[in-house]
Design a protein around this ligand. Structure first.
Ligand SMILES: N[C@@H](CCC(=O)N[C@@H](CS)C(=O)NCC(=O)O)C(=O)O
Length: 205
């Protein structure tokens, strides 16, 4: 039987983050490629799914009416909810609280400024983007300390915090000063070698 979940997306950090989360959670889904260069995200069929004309978008047809999610990070949380224990520790306690803390750290302090910088560049205001780019990069670099004594970003268990961090480390791979970030480098290499991460990265090829 086909999976009731469809993931619309393209080869972008936001979409790959969502695909990696589904892969890591072991949730079957059908990837649907949206060609951004041809403006498919602004065609009526797609706007009926996400009126904002952005990817990713997830549709879960197993619920009635079908559930539509249009935020990459909400898709990660949905995957965590549907497959307990895979992306977030099951037990209430410090490790789960730290998972939320680190997940939100990467979203608000790294992804958000980087996204704002991208918006400024697309609006022809590239000269104003530099402080935001620098902030995203410098903040991501501080995550070296998260993995100095822990294998993963929130502790001993792989979690959604690793997914949000990985999507940005990959995006900024060529700007990070890896020589000064030995722990982050060890973690990043481990992430790249995870089979589910590799499958997620190919979701929209
Ligand atoms: N906050 C959203 C951002 C979605 C977003 O900005 N998507 C970009 C690609 S990464 C997009 O669809 N761009 C196409 C456009 O704006 O026309 C998320 O995390 O999913």
């Amino acid at each position: 039987m086909n999976s009731p979940i469809e993931l619309y997306g393209a080869i972008t950090g936001n979409c790959l983050r969502a695909a990696i989360a589904l892969e890591e959670a072991g949730i079957p889904y059908t990837p649907r490629h949206i060609d951004l260069s041809r403006g498919e995200q602004r065609e009526p069929d797609y706007l009926a799914i996400n009126p904002a004309g952005k990817v990713p978008a997830l549709i879960d047809h197993s619920v009635e009416p079908a559930l539509v999610l249009t935020q990459s990070n909400a898709i990660i949380l949905y995957a965590a909810m549907k497959a307990p224990g895979t992306l977030c520790p099951n037990e209430e306690g410090a490790e789960r609280a730290r998972t939320y803390d680190r997940f939100l750290f990467f979203i608000t302090d790294v992804i958000a400024p980087s996204h704002a910088a991208f918006f400024l560049r697309s609006a022809g205001l590239g000269e104003h983007a530099a402080p935001l780019d620098e902030r995203a990069l410098a903040t991501l670099a501080t995550a070296d300390s998260f993995v100095t004594h822990s294998r993963f970003m929130a502790g001993a268990q792989f979690s959604m915090a690793d997914i949000s961090a990985f999507s940005m480390a990959r995006f900024l791979e060529h700007q990070l000063n890896w020589e000064q970030l030995p722990n982050l480098l060890r973690w990043y290499n481990e992430m790249k070698n995870r089979p589910a991460v590799q499958r997620g990265l190919c979701a929209f090829d």
